[in-house]
Design a protein around this ligand. Structure first.
Ligand code: SF4
Length: 702
């Protein structure tokens, strides 16, 4: 490759498509799909195709550290030394006065692995707090626990190659046609070539993904566990379970059988709002499949019983023996580009590096010894929404927000706003001056963005890729890792002396030695030569590990997968006469998260230029609402004003709002998360964005 052409990886979703970045004769950046990349084979979706706009448009970029000399003062430009001296002085003083848990870090699945590693080392090893959580808590933590509880560890057992080997797909709580488009393109191509393969989609909305479906089960939100159990019951009754696999490689089948037999198909049909014959048809498709892939995303994970939904779904793979075989397995679709890399370094308040367990004293000691510190604290840190509670109550005094936009993305936005107002000290480290937390920041640190720094990311199929530095960051902006390293030195910590990012990566890799995600033999040179590799990484000459558990041995103590029993739970926020509709939220095709990058691209804004409320015609008529009428969506915690989009694609009794819009671009569009609440899954601590009780009324000018 010529030196002015670089390979990299798309920075949007967890699919992890390869891109080639070059400059044309006028010096303009050009981004193309990498035809040699195993993930996308040259394809890119609309967001990936427009990455170059984000690199070139620096109009909203933060270019200098900024500081307030006191609450109520304006932010003023300053230099890095002054900014980081202030950060260190405030952190030292708070830690001395209130203890290490008075501070915390809220980071992002868009951070590179090296950045994630350093922040975790800093917080857990040196500051001595586990208060380091990530916005991946909002998207993946229920899947993490689902995998841990059934397979023994947080591992996606399949590769994308299994897509072309599957002949039945159960896609649930996901709209990959819009949100994971290149994965979905591979499913579409596979079905074009093999029309007999079956696609089952479970979703209260008829999304673009349903275009490919042989069967769409349009369930009532929140009834997923009942539905998967009903399908499990049908499979058992039809003798379509794999008894050999169950007896040899799993525990818990008898208890599962008793549980699923408790609910008749008639009851399940009524509770879920789907026909009995459709439940039976889904079971038939699975029974006939040689390769059965379950695919899911936020629709399951972002629930008050997100872990149970994961368990009940993974159970379908386990009872049919569809795991560790070609085209088979439970495949959670990761939302963010490096949510998986963050999990590798233990980048959450409840985890430790290399999938080690925070609760295990031996694991804590291993990590502490490796970092050269006396201990890692045992007390689990505060998770995303718990940090907000702690800031609101004053238990936590300072928060450092890196690469995420919590005033738009966290649930119950008004509460988040109060918590930030109440915080003693807020640091915002971001690329964009439009980041919604900046008005509450005492210190703003300008960061380098995609293509302006080097590092690695891991995609949804455990594939690690190296990202080149291609362009310079504007003004004084620095790579996130460099900011953390400078801060660690200001704090007086020894252990953050690195000659290069390659050294940071090597340190992370060595810490994985002997674990199930072992990449200890990996370094930047290998990644630059090979392009990408999957973990666990095996040395040259051995076959790469594409699919886990082919030997039928799982990562549980007795090496058997655990078929879990769970029961469907009623919502914490049931509908009522005052709030009779169920609100569910999600993404649209051409926007990413809170639009700090995609919102700058005119081409992407053209697809759907403004927020809308999807509402069924019967619900609209009952309220006198016509297409495009402005409506007020009122919930328990706040309200939102949007135009109505009337469609039969959504179930009666359910309404949908896209999650992207907020105050990020100074727009007066209301934040969707004014309506969502603080209910979290008790195991994963993931907030519920998929079930809030609301009322909708036509807006009347007064
Ligand atoms: Fe980027 Fe995801 Fe689109 Fe691939 S599918 S180009 S990774 S946004």
């Amino acid at each position: 490759m010529k030196p002015d052409r670089f390979k990299s990886t798309c920075s949007y979703c967890g699919v992890g498509c390869g891109v080639v970045v070059s400059r044309d004769s006028k010096g303009k950046i050009k981004v193309e799909g990498d035809a040699t990349h195993p993930v996308n084979q040259g394809m890119l979706c609309s967001k990936g195709m427009n990455l170059h706009y984000v690199v070139e448009d620096k109009s909203d970029r933060l270019t200098s550290p900024q500081m307030r000399w006191g609450k109520g003062h304006d932010l003023v430009d300053t230099d890095w030394d002054t900014a980081l001296d202030r950060a260190a002085a405030v952190f030292k003083s708070l830690i001395e006065k209130y203890g290490p848990n008075s501070v915390g870090f809220y980071v992002s699945g868009q951070c590179l692995t090296e950045e994630y590693y350093l922040i975790n080392k800093l917080a857990k090893g040196f500051i001595k707090t586990n208060n380091i959580d990530t916005n991946s808590r909002l998207c993946m933590s229920s899947a993490v626990m689902g995998y841990q509880l059934t397979l023994g560890e947080d591992v996606v057992p399949v590769s994308y190659e299994d897509i072309e080997l599957a002949d039945c797909f159960l896609v649930t709580g996901a709209n990959p046609a819009w949100c994971h488009p290149i994965i979905w393109r591979r499913v579409e191509k596979h079905k074009e070539l093999n029309p007999d393969i079956k696609v089952i989609v479970v979703d209260p909305r008829k999304t673009q993904t349903c275009q490919l479906a042989d069967l769409h089960l349009q369930i009532i939100p929140g009834t997923d566990v009942i539905l998967y159990h009903a399908i499990g019951r049908c499979l058992i009754e039809r003798g379509a379970v794999d008894i050999g696999f169950i007896n040899g490689h799993t525990d818990g089948f008898e208890a599962y059988k008793q549980e699923v037999m408790k609910t008749s198909l008639e009851d399940a049909s009524e509770l879920c709002g789907v026909k009995i014959t459709d439940i039976q048809l889904a079971a038939t498709y699975i029974e006939d499949a040689k390769g059965f892939l379950t695919m899911w995303a936020m629709g399951l994970n972002q629930s008050a019983d997100g872990v149970d939904k994961n368990l009940a779904l993974i159970d379908l793979n386990l009872i049919t023996g569809h795991i560790g075989k070609p085209g088979s397995g439970p495949f959670s679709l990761t939302g963010q580009p490096n949510a998986m890399g963050g999990r590798e370094v233990g980048g959450m308040a409840t985890m430790l590096s290399s999938h080690r367990k925070l609760a295990d004293p031996k694991h804590r000691q291993e990590v502490a010894a490796y970092w050269g510190v006396d201990h890692v604290p045992s007390e689990p840190g505060l998770t995303a929404t718990q940090m907000i509670e702690a800031l609101e109550s004053g238990k936590m005094k300072a928060v450092w927000v890196i690469c995420t936009n919590p005033l738009v993305s966290l649930p119950d936005s008004n509460r988040v706003e109060n918590a930030l107002k109440n915080a003693k000290f807020v640091i915002v480290q971001d690329i964009s001056s439009k980041a919604s937390v900046i008005p509450y920041a005492d210190l703003v640190l300008p960061a380098a963005g995609w293509s302006e720094k080097e590092g690695t990311m891991t995609n949804s199929e455990r594939r690690i890729s190296y990202l080149n530095k291609i362009a310079d960051a504007p003004g004084m902006a620095l790579p996130d890792a460099e900011i953390i390293l400078r801060f660690a030195k200001k704090m007086g910590y020894n252990g953050f002396e690195y000659d290069s990012m390659g050294d940071v990566f090597r340190e992370h890799c060595q810490l994985t030695k002997g674990t199930n995600i072992d990449i200890s033999g990996l370094d930047y040179d290998i990644l630059k030569t090979k392009g990408t590799v999957q973990w666990p990484y095996v040395s040259e000459g051995q076959s790469p590990v594409k699919r886990l558990f082919e030997d039928g041995k799982f990562y549980t103590p007795n090496q058997k997968a655990q078929i879990k029993v769970c029961a469907s739970k009623a919502s914490n926020e049931p509908v009522s006469p005052d709030f009779p509709l169920i609100l569910t939220t999600g993404r649209i095709r051409d926007q990413w998260h809170t639009m700090t990058r995609t919102g700058k691209v005119n081409k992407l804004n053209q697809h759907i230029p403004k927020p809308y409320l999807e509402i069924h015609p019967i619900d609209a008529e009952a309220r006198g609402v016509k297409e495009n009428d402005t409506v007020i969506v009122q919930g328990h915690r706040g309200k939102v004003k949007v135009p109505a989009k009337i469609t039969t694609d959504i179930r009666q009794g359910v309404v949908f709002l896209p999650m992207h819009w907020g105050k990020t671009f100074g727009s007066d569009f209301s934040r969707t998360n004014n309506l969502t609440g603080n209910t979290i899954d008790p195991i994963s601590k993931q907030p519920d964005f998929k079930y809030s009780a609301v009322q909708v009324d036509k807006f009347k000018k007064v």
